[in-house]
Design a protein around this ligand. Sequence first.
Ligand SMILES: NC(=O)C1=CN([C@@H]2O[C@H](COP(=O)(O)OP(=O)(O)OC[C@H]3O[C@@H](n4cnc5c(N)ncnc54)[C@H](O)[C@@H]3O)[C@@H](O)[C@H]2O)C=CC1
Ligand SMILES: O=C(O)C(=O)COP(=O)(O)O
Length: 549
Amino acid sequence: MAASRILIADPLSTSGLEPLSDSQFSVDVKLGLSEQQLCDIIPSYNALVVRSETKVTAKVLAAAKNLKIIGRAGVGVDNIDVDAATKMGVMVVNSPDGNVVAAAELTLGLVLAAARNLGRAAAGMKERKWERKSLVGVQVAGKVLGIVGFGKVGQHVARGAVGMGMKVLAMDPYASPSIAAQLSVKLTTLPEVLKTADFLTLHTPLLPSTRNMISTKQLANMKPGHIIINVARGGLIDEDALLKSLESGHTRSAALDVFPQEPPFSSASSIALLAHKNVIATPHLGASTAEAQHAVAVDVTEQIRDVLLDQLPRSAVNAPPISSADLDKITPYARLLEAMGQLYTAHFQRHPATYELVFSGAIASVPTAPLFAALINGLTKSISARGTTVNVVNAHLVAKERGIVVQERKVPEDTTYSSLVTVRGDDGDVIQGFCSEGVPQIVRIGAFETSFVPDGTLLIARNFDRPGMIGVVGRILGGEGLNIKSMTVAARKFKGKAGEKEGDALMIVGLDSGKVRSGALKEIEATNGMLSAQVVRFAAPGIGLTAKL
Ligand SMILES: NC(=O)C1=CN([C@@H]2O[C@H](COP(=O)(O)OP(=O)(O)OC[C@H]3O[C@@H](n4cnc5c(N)ncnc54)[C@H](O)[C@@H]3O)[C@@H](O)[C@H]2O)C=CC1
Ligand SMILES: O=C(O)C(=O)COP(=O)(O)O
């Protein structure tokens, strides 16, 4: 099998590449690519690793025909068009924890640097200036630190600030009050934070709702002489408003690690801010420690390895989180659900308005999003355009586009089987199955109770229950040079229209290899007493992650 190709487009710690050292991966490092250069080379790659420099735009994604995963070796994914990736079924993973301490430590460093004019002091010393009088600073102990965005970085900053004797207020609509209480942090509103803070530090992601969240009005509502620190994202602060506030002396000083455009040297407002004597700036160094860079690189390369090997990653931005223990239980069921979807479409030859998907017994207690994705993949396999990927990332979008409505129900207390999955159309058509020792089994198709493994190539034929039918099918397949490796027959009796006793049977024929020609299938269908016949080929799917149709 050809090695999976991985492109590393931003500087990554080499020690963190170890998870991709296996010969089934081929890694290229190409830094500083323009959007067009990336578009030109991306079609041959299966995985892309970036930090904050490379912009993964919709144009890049449209060119990325073979891409399965983008790894962001860090936290913020605002440089990736995650919506476009989701539509294409490209998974986006990041490293939510790897650089938290590094970003918080830089923040605390900048709190002190801004309070004590360290930027100017250090630069002056290089020019042999002994400035003591003009560089008198302010103490941080006893002052109020306002934190906007009380997530992982914000919380770690709070720990350090409390340790330095600061009082900490935080604003975050999603923050946990118990964590805040444990850290001696008062959670409050943004107006209260602005009114009370001597130091304000931002730690939210850049979102439409947070862009320019600190502008003229917010600055005006702050205490005179306040200090602002931003180690999150440049776009959170309106740079022109901050410059005016610095020029008036209302803002005492600002410490900035991030800018709306990076590097900021072609942006007039950033250049003006950088030139202000009370601004101390660093070139987006929040995550730049040896420890953080090793951690984020390992975090994403491990996830890339897993996804390329058809496993779920641990921190996908656009897919549900699944623990590895659940993953072990889910994987065979994903194969089952994909097969049930394929069988449904092939055998019943119609799509109902609504499907009911019922998880009974033990399987009801694991996260079922990958199983839903596998079902949609199976249902749409024969009708999707080639090249469409259906996986856990985009299954809901694909289902919506195709008008497939699935109502999921979990019945953990049902123990007819230790686990049982039922797919039932609103027109009554039903397929049921379960997994035994990791092997999927189909136990019902329509009215037939059966038992077979959906694997390889299967002929599924329904016929009147008459002598000789198996022989006819065997003869036609034999004439095609096709070897039968398994056969299951389920029969039933029912009352015909005239009240007479009739019977039909479902024949599941496993074929060794080879393709059933459409001519041969037609001959089987045309056999007297045959009601329907279909051939279904089951790939060995993974967990609904990477299926290319
Ligand atoms: N300068 C650098 O090198 C680094 C920058 N960062 C940036 O720091 C930021 C925070 O990172 P983490 O703490 O790890 O993320 P996180 O996801 O743990 O925390 C972000 C917090 O912001 C909160 N939030 C979202 N919208 C908000 C709003 N409108 N008002 C108040 N709070 C809001 C969320 O509820 C969440 O608790 C991200 O933008 C990240 O990209 C992170 C690491 C390094
Ligand atoms: O992790 C983040 O969000 C960061 O901002 C770090 O960015 P970087 O990987 O250093 O370009």
